[in-house]
Design a protein around this ligand. Structure first.
Ligand code: PMP
Length: 412
């Protein structure tokens, strides 16, 4: 097939040491990047270089190593700002992951802005990390959560926004790309409608920032949350981006070192952003390595990566549809269909599907993928999910399909 015309995936794969291995005697086909991506050598080396050569705490020491670490850490912040086209690198808050970013907003912004009777609009396709923090906030404040449904093809029912959006809604928080349905949600019409009632908008970009160009200024949102480990970076590091004036007006989340201006015995004053939201020693080497990952993805090109994944997804949807007994969830191939494909195989439990595929060297995920409400809508407790990234090949999809035929022979 005429795929992979834009860049040399075989050469690119050689940059990922983990992809060179065999599993159960078969070459590893890693189809679980929606859970966590693999890391290129240069990201691993950047992390190692920090620990080997200039490991020291940031923002404190006046000695050489600490200055070097501080410089690299702040330079990484600048790289992440450019990666999502933030207006200022002070809008980049380093956190552990998407989950922590959303919790930060729920506590700090939510605590200051949400009152009893207010509403927070979510969607039925959210990851638990974009549901539970809001439930906790609602319990603390007496606010109410309401949900935008999705249709039989896994697309948000935008017509329902008229019914759901009014002045009581203070925040709309939704996923840019579903980790289960693969749907790439339309941000512009939702932002426009949210703005019309004065609501803030948070975008869960865990599944979009790694895979497509994302420009926070063009999107017109207030908050963006994403994880380093899904974009070729290390675990333990992620980003909350917030619009400058919104962040500046927010009280702190965690209290401690580095986030203060003056500490008296009975009260404190707080540092400006971003320090106000980075209490304690941050994940220094991980942030620096995430900056390297951002450089790497930009050098390959986010538009190129997206195109490659679109082609892989279209190919996979076509091949999977021919597997007897399969039900595929989410939209058909097209511009609003990203590279995460969840499915059921009649008569075979998702965990058995994944176990058979593992024997073939094919790594996929089975379960509810942290989306129990979504799965209740689908009417199944669990699905099997294959997901793609820049290093995947059409041959790996062929092996996925062959493995599914084998699972059917064994179980169905
Ligand atoms: N939102 C979405 C859409 C996700 O796919 C994930 C990760 N599966 C998360 C949030 C949470 O990311 P993390 O576990 O890195 O906090």
């Amino acid at each position: 097939m005429a795929i992979l015309s834009q860049f040399d995936v075989l050469a690119l794969r050689r940059e990922f040491p983990i992809l060179q291995q065999h599993v159960h005697g078969k070459p590893l086909a890693f189809l679980d990047s929606a859970a966590s991506s693999q890391k290129p050598r240069r990201v691993i080396e950047t992390l190692e270089d920090y620990y080997r050569r200039y490991n020291a705490n940031v923002h404190r020491g006046v000695y050489r190593l600490s200055e070097e670490a501080t410089f690299a850490y702040e330079r990484a912040r600048g790289k992440l700002a450019r990666f999502i086209n933030a207006a200022s690198q002070r809008e980049i808050i380093f956190v552990r992951n998407t989950t922590e970013a959303i919790n930060l907003v729920a506590y700090a912004w939510g605590g200051a802005n949400i009152r009893a009777g207010d509403r927070i609009l979510l969607t039925m396709m959210e990851h638990h990390s974009n549901i539970v923090p809001w439930q906790l906030l609602a319990q603390r404040t007496g606010a109410e959560l309401i949900y935008l449904p999705f249709d039989g093809q896994g697309r948000l029912v935008l017509d329902d926004l008229d019914r759901l959006l009014d002045e009581r809604v203070k925040l709309v928080a939704f996923t840019h790309q579903s980790n289960v349905l693969g749907t790439i949600n339309p941000v512009a019409p939702i932002v426009a409608r949210a703005r019309a009632v004065g609501a803030r908008v948070l975008l869960d970009a865990a599944q979009s920032v790694p895979h497509m160009p994302v420009d926070v200024q063009a999107l017109g949102i207030d908050f963006l949350a994403f994880s380093g480990h899904k974009m070729c970076g290390p675990t333990g590091i992620g980003v909350l981006w917030g619009r400058r004036e919104v962040l500046q007006a927010m009280p702190p989340f965690l209290g401690g070192g580095s986030m203060i201006d003056l500490v008296e015995l009975d009260h404190s004053t707080f540092a400006a952003i971003p320090a106000r939201f980075e209490a304690g020693t941050p994940a220094i080497g991980e942030a620096i390595a995430l900056g390297e990952a951002a450089d790497y993805l930009q050098e390959v090109g986010l538009a190129t990566i997206h195109q490659h994944e679109q082609e892989l997804t279209a190919y996979a949807l076509e091949r999977l549809a021919a597997v007897p007994g399969i039900t595929i969830y989410g939209p058909p191939a097209g511009p609003d269909r990203g590279g995460a494909i969840s499915f059921s195989l009649e008569g075979v439990h998702p965990h058995d599907v994944a176990a058979v595929l593992d024997q073939e060297g094919v790594a996929v995920r089975a379960g509810h993928h942290c989306t129990q409400p979504l799965h209740r809508v689908l009417g199944v407790p669990a699905t099997t999910r294959a997901s793609f990234y820049l290093y995947n090949l059409p041959e790996e999809i062929d092996r996925l399909v062959a493995g599914l035929h084998k699972a059917r022979q064994l179980f169905a």
